[in-house]
Design a protein around this ligand. Sequence first.
Ligand code: PEP
Ligand code: MN
Length: 364
Amino acid sequence: MSFFKTARPFIIAGPCSAETKEQVMTVAEALAGMNVQLMRAGVWKPRTRPGAFEGNGAVALEWLREAKQQYNIPITIEVATPEHVEMALQNGVDVLWLGARTVVNPFQVQRLADALKGVDIPVMVKNPVSPDVDLWQGAIERMEKAGITQVAAIHRGFSGYAGAAGYRNQPNWPIPIELKRRKPDLCMIGDPSHITGDRNRVAEVAQKVLDMHFDGLMIETHPDPENAWSDAAQQVTPARLAQILAGLVVREENTHDMSGQEQLEYLRQLMDTLDAEIVDLVARRMELSGKIGAVKKGCNMTVFQPARWSEIVETRGARGAMQGLTPEFVTELYERIHHESIRIQLSVMADQPAKDSAATDSTK
Ligand code: PEP
Ligand code: MN
């Protein structure tokens, strides 16, 4: 059985970074007394900009080895180079994970896969920073092809424009759901710490992760989160972790076993995600309207152009029909969108700000 299936939910906790020996020992002691299956800690940290704390490297591996021996808790760290893999294996690290910034690069993932040939250690693969299910799947398959039999995927959200919920890394549930559809046996873990970037929202997203039928959670835990050397805003204390875990509602594993209420909740979460995307897309479309208005103004063209409008009704109606939508519905929807677009273009013509609209100037 996969290590990731030895508890449900499977809980991974520990600091963003291994900072000092004392910090590592303190967390390990706290976690060993809780229902936590695996302790995480960053030994080499992929930092966005130079100058930030980049991890303690080799010495932190010694602290982790000692923590494992003393408190009998398995250890996981992030590896980003073949040298990291080698040092992790030498120091008895139990599980490896590939970070979001590594998974975007197939060359690097392949180098790691090559370093892992013949070593069947459990590996967790975080989603790449961009919402690309093929890239994520590809990294997992490179691990599998190298002979790794226990692989888990970690959804840690996607970077980019802040979504409706304003998280640090926007979750995009249809992507892990699609990955799971393609690979039904894959263990799925959610990382509410990196999704939210906010310790006060970790519990709500942890519950959502379980409601999406994931197998486990990775929650950054630090004895003194406010003074953490990395990701200070999102880490929780061991005491808070215990509260979060105690408050989780673990529902049935199978969709077929879900009650009506649970199915409704599940479907509504999918719908919330789609709606957030619809609103974001409409906002982007309105932004284009503003730019089109400026071009029309520069060329002395009318805002309303009947031929273009007929073409929109026809092409969008045809596309809608292909998706099973009635022409009446699509036409009405576009009448409303077109109306707003015209309003925005008129205000551009008149040199007035398009109040209450999503139109933004590209020079903003
Ligand atoms: C981390 O887990 O601390 C980390 C760097 O995560 P990610 O790769 O998801 O950004
Ligand atoms: Mn972190």
